[in-house]
Structure formats: structure tokens, C-alpha cells
Write a protein that binds this ligand. Sequence first.
Ligand SMILES: CC(C)(COP(=O)(O)OP(=O)(O)OC[C@H]1O[C@@H](n2cnc3c(N)ncnc32)[C@H](O)[C@@H]1OP(=O)(O)O)[C@@H](O)C(=O)NCCC(=O)NCCS
Length: 179
Amino acid sequence: MTATEIEGRKLTLHLEVEFRFAQREDLSKLEWHGEYTHFRRVFAKAFEEQQQGKRLMLLACINNWPVGQVFMQLVSADDFFMFARKRAYLYSLRVMDAFRGQGLGTALLQEAEHILIEREYASMSIAAAKDNPGARRLYERLGFEVFSEDTGHWNYVDHEGRTRYVVEPCWILEKELRK
Ligand SMILES: CC(C)(COP(=O)(O)OP(=O)(O)OC[C@H]1O[C@@H](n2cnc3c(N)ncnc32)[C@H](O)[C@@H]1OP(=O)(O)O)[C@@H](O)C(=O)NCCC(=O)NCCS
């Protein structure tokens, strides 16, 4: 087939996206064939903490493949002052390039919000890197408001046991949750 013969030929796919929490079998798939191999231990730790009720790893799956994700760190009232409200910190929101711009990121955040409201969380927060105005715009469209900023210094141990240091100045946005 030549270039002119193939020109304009298209197939429209109807894809069903399933939202669910990560299972052990998903951990290697979260590496997205090498793009996120350096987070292998981070994923494993998050999964361990999901088992302990400290985190949630929400996935958007197509054909049982996680093409999008958002993780939630859960802060229970007992961790803070006696009267503290339950809060959740959302992080690692990402959607595979090929599926961006079609509402998946929005849907992941909305699903996370429903889950947290059902569990009677009072608020959720998320960080938007200062060099990622698109992410901030997305969060603000969904009702998050900037309430502080952070130098964004953090580190993690990669799959080879090396500590990697990250500096990502960011805005911290928050949204109050109501039933
Ligand atoms: C941010 C992200 C999860 C959005 O997912 P998505 O499925 O494309 O989101 P939606 O289709 O629901 O909404 C699109 C909106 O996402 C925002 N966005 C942020 N970064 C984007 C990017 N690289 N490409 C496309 N949209 C992006 C924009 O606000 C866009 O809306 P716009 O029309 O106002 O520009 C996705 O772009 C992504 O994985 N980016 C790389 C990782 C990242 O930046 N995560 C946020 C950490 S601060």
C-alpha cells in the first residue's frame, strides 16, 4: 500500500474505561514499559500502604491496562489534632500521552472526589508544578483553589537502589468536600 492509498483511512474505536483500585498484578504495568521503571519501589510502597488503609491507588484501565492514575494519601483524624478533619492529598496524576485531552484526567479527579466524599473526607489537596500551567488550569476548573506554595523538594529510591532528588516548585491547591 502506498502513502496515497492509506491516506484518510481511519478506524474509530469505542473504548471502555474501568476505574478501579490497583491490584498487585498492576504494579509492573504502572511502569508503562520503561517510562516509570524508576518508580518501581515507590509503586510497591504505595501498594503496601494501600493494603494498610493509608493510601489509595486509583487507576483508569482500558483492557485491564492502567492508562491513567491518581494516588491518594489519606490523613486520618488520629494522625493530627483530636478535632482534625480527614484530609487527602492527591498526587501522581497522569494519563498516557495517547489518551490525553479526552477527559480522562478530569474523570480520575472526579472519581477520586466521589470516593473521598463517600468516606467522609473534608478536603482534598493536590500540587501543580509551577511550570505546568495546564495542570493548574485543570484543577481550578474542577474547583480547587491555590492556598499555598512549596519549594517541591523530595526524593525517592529508584529501582536500582539509588536515591534520586527532585526539585519541582509547585502551587498547592485545595478543595473542600461536601456530601
Ligand atoms: C494533566 C493530565 C493528567 C491531564 O489528563 P487529560 O486526560 O489530558 O485531562 P483532560 O482531558 O480531562 O483535561 C485536559 C486538561 O488537562 C490539562 N493539561 C495539563 N497538562 C496537559 C498536557 N500535557 N496535555 C494535555 N492537557 C494537559 C489542561 O488544563 C487541559 O485542558 P485545557 O483544554 O484547558 O488545556 C495529563 O495531561 C498528564 O498526564 N500530564 C502529564 C503529567 C502531569 O503533568 N500531571 C500533573 C502533575 S502537576
